[in-house]
Ligand binder design. Structure first.
Ligand code: ZN
Length: 311
């Protein structure tokens, strides 16, 4: 303790005053430390946060895009979480507050949506539209009277606008999946991200005037806080998934069916692919996904409601 010489008679009061001053000083130190932590976290989404890397298809080794400079997916959809996510710090309110934490609607990486929030499950189809597979998917969905959500690539939309119109005409909803499936997009400067997302949405709306584009999904699931923020600025909810049969890896129709039917429950968001991702050489094959879908739809519609994410 600090020894101070005090005037006689004023001892108790002075000691009280000193104690109060010390408590105030300690509180001030705590405030400064908390403010620093908050600044780190908020700033971190822009500058210091390393994204989680998760493959939503097999492009990590694609020759058309260099591997991301951050840790690339090493084994399928293994998550390489190398930095704390904003939600880990309780002092910072997250978009998921009140939504059920990590198991909730916004329990995906960086507060992305991973559950529908309703009793229905949602099928999502990424990397199209593609004339080889999208029409087959649309036929199956029509047969089972199911609406789904298509996460389309700008360059595929530009090449096949008639398929976007077919998607919208059947009552499905749309999601922006970037222009050309650049898995490093989330680490680029904000204005580059904004330009890419805007260009993609503009192509979608040129193909299907008036169709809302309310969702964004980051290629490869390589989310960053920055890309989630830019998507939000542009009016889009960032949507992840909670069921991933890794159909892009061509595990076989039986494996895709088994995974989806075992894991899908009310509220699930299921990740499937009706297009190529960044394999511009057309080497990928989504026929497994189409064939699996023909078996998945009767099973799922027999026990729960399937619907699109709302427009
Ligand atoms: Zn994709």
């Amino acid at each position: 303790m600090i020894n101070l010489r005090l005037a006689p008679g004023s001892g108790d009061r002075s000691r009280l005053a000193i104690r109060a001053a010390m408590i105030a000083a300690a509180a001030a130190v705590l405030l400064v430390v908390s403010a620093y932590a908050v600044t780190r976290v908020i700033g971190g989404s822009d500058a210091t946060t390393t994204p989680t890397a998760q493959s939503d298809n097999g492009q990590a080794t694609s020759p058309t895009h260099p591997a991301p400079s951050v840790a690339p997916p090493t084994s399928g959809d293994t998550w390489l979480i190398s930095a704390p996510q904003p939600r880990a710090v309780p002092a910072v309110p997250s978009p998921a507050a009140g939504a059920g934490g990590s198991g909730g609607v916004y329990g995906g990486p960086f507060g992305t949506q991973r559950r529908t929030g309703g009793s229905y499950a949602a099928l999502t189809f990424d990397d199209g539209p593609d004339p080889r597979w999208t029409p087959q998917v649309l036929d199956l969905l029509r047969t089972y009277d199911v609406r789904a959500t298509f996460c389309v690539l700008g360059r595929a939309v530009e090449a096949h606008p008639e398929l976007v119109r077919a998607i919208v005409d059947d009552g499905h909803t749309l999601c922006n999946h970037s222009w050309d499936h650049d898995m490093t997009l989330g680490q680029r400067p904000r204005d580059e991200i904004r330009r890419d997302l805007r260009r993609t949405t503009a192509a979608i709306q040129a193909a299907a005037p008036g169709a809302p584009v309310s969702y964004y999904r980051q290629p490869g699931g390589v989310w960053t806080g920055r890309v989630v923020e830019v998507a939000a600025e542009l009016g889009m909810t960032s949507v992840h998934w909670d069921v991933d049969p890794r159909d892009w890896s061509l595990p076989g129709v039986d494996a895709i069916v088994a995974e989806v039917t075992a894991q899908t429950r009310p509220g699930s968001i299921v990740l499937l692919h009706d297009g190529d991702g960044d394999r511009l050489d057309g080497s990928s094959d989504r026929q497994q996904t189409v064939d699996a879908l023909a078996r998945i739809l009767p099973e799922l519609t027999g026990r729960l409601r399937l619907d699109a994410l709302p427009p």
